[in-house]
Design a protein around this ligand. Structure first.
Ligand code: IPE
Ligand code: IPE
Ligand code: MG
Length: 266
C-alpha cells in the first residue's frame, strides 16, 4: 500500500451517532484464504496484515474512536510451532515497520494481553511503539495479543483480591464498575460493534465481559478479502440496529424524540 493510501483523513471528530465509537474485530479466515489458493497459511497471515492497515485507515476516516483487533489468542499457542513462530515474526515486523504510519496519523497504539509469555525483544518493541504513539489522540488502536477474555477477568480478580487483602479496598466495594476498571480495556467504552470475518459464529474467548451489550456482526468474507465495501456494509448494518439495553422499543423512540426536542430548543 502506498503512503498516500495509508493516510487517514485529518482527525475526524464529532462523528455521526450512527457510527460506532468502538469496534472490536476477530480477524478470522487467513488460513482458509491461503489454502484455497494452494498457498501456505503464513501467506494468508501476510495478506491479512494488509487488511489490518485497511481497517485502521477506514475506521479513522469514519471517526471511530477505538478499534480493537484480536491478533493472537491465548489458545493460538496450540497451533503448529512453525505457524506460531512465523506469526511472532510477522508481529515483530509490523511493530518495527508500521509504527511510523500510526505516528503520522495520530493513532495511539496499545497492546493488551498476557504479555509475559512474549520474549524480551517483543516486549521491548511493544513498549517502544506504545511510547511513540502515547500522545496521539485521533483514534486508539488496541491489539489483543496472547489475550483471552477468561484470563482478563481472572487477572482483574487477582488485582482486586490483592487490594482487598492489603486493606486498600473493602470486598463490599467490588462491583461491576470496579471490576471493569481492572480489565485491560480500562478507560475505553465497551465495543458498540463486533465484527467477525471467516464465517464462524462464536466469540472464541475474545472480550467476553466487554461484549455483553455489543451488536454482533458475522460475515463469511475471509479476513484477507475484507474490503472497504465490506466495512461499509457492517457500518450500515450497525446503523439500523435499535440498541435497547433492556428497555422497550417505545421507550427508546420516545427518548430519541425528547433528545431531538431538546436539541431544537437549544
Ligand atoms: C485468524 O486466521 C488469524 C489468527 C488466528 C492468528 P486463522 O489462521 O484462524 O484462519 P483460519 O480460520 O484457519 O482460516
Ligand atoms: C480467533 O480465531 C483468534 C484470532 C483471530 C486471533 P481462531 O481461528 O483462533 O478461533 P477458533 O479457534 O476457530 O475459535
Ligand atoms: Mg480461524
Amino acid at each position: 500500500m502506498s503512503p498516500v493510501e495509508n493516510k487517514i483523513s485529518p482527525c475526524v471528530k464529532n462523528p455521526d451517532p450512527a457510527i460506532p465509537r468502538h469496534i472490536a474485530v476477530i480477524m478470522d479466515g487467513n488460513g482458509r484464504w491461503a489454502k484455497s489458493r494452494g498457498q501456505s497459511r503464513i501467506m494468508g497471515h501476510r495478506k491479512g496484515a494488509e487488511s489490518v492497515r485497511r481497517i485502521i485507515r477506514l475506521s479513522g476516516d469514519r471517526g471511530v474512536e477505538y478499534l480493537t483487533l484480536f491478533a493472537f489468542s491465548s489458545e493460538n499457542w496450540q497451533r503448529p510451532p512453525r505457524e506460531v513462530k512465523l506469526l511472532m515474526e510477522l508481529f515483530i515486523s509490523v511493530l518495527e515497520k508500521d509504527i511510523d504510519i500510526l505516528v503520522e496519523n495520530g493513532v495511539r497504539l496499545r497492546i493488551v494481553g498476557d504479555l509475559k509469555r512474549f520474549g524480551n525483544r517483543i516486549c521491548k518493541l511493544i513498549k517502544k511503539a506504545e511510547l511513540r504513539t502515547a500522545s496521539n489522540s485521533c483514534m486508539q488502536l488496541t491489539i489483543a495479543a496472547n489475550y483471552g477474555g477468561r484470563w482478563d477477568i481472572t487477572q482483574a480478580c487477582q488485582q482486586l483480591a490483592a487490594k482487598s487483602s492489603s486493606g486498600e479496598i473493602n470486598p463490599d466495594e467490588i462491583n461491576e464498575e470496579l471490576l471493569s476498571r481492572h480489565l485491560v480495556t480500562d478507560g475505553m467504552p465497551d465495543p458498540d460493534l463486533f465484527i467477525r470475518t471467516g464465517g464462524e459464529k462464536r466469540i472464541s474467548n475474545f472480550l467476553i465481559w466487554q461484549l455483553a451489550y455489543t451488536e454482533l456482526y458475522f460475515t463469511d468474507v475471509l479476513w484477507p478479502d475484507f474490503s472497504k465495501q465490506n466495512f461499509a456494509d457492517a457500518l450500515q448494518w450497525f446503523a439500523k440496529r435499535e440498541r435497547r439495553f433492556g428497555k422497550t422499543s417505545e421507550q427508546i423512540l420516545s427518548q430519541a424524540l425528547d433528545n431531538r426536542h431538546s436539541e431544537v430548543s437549544k
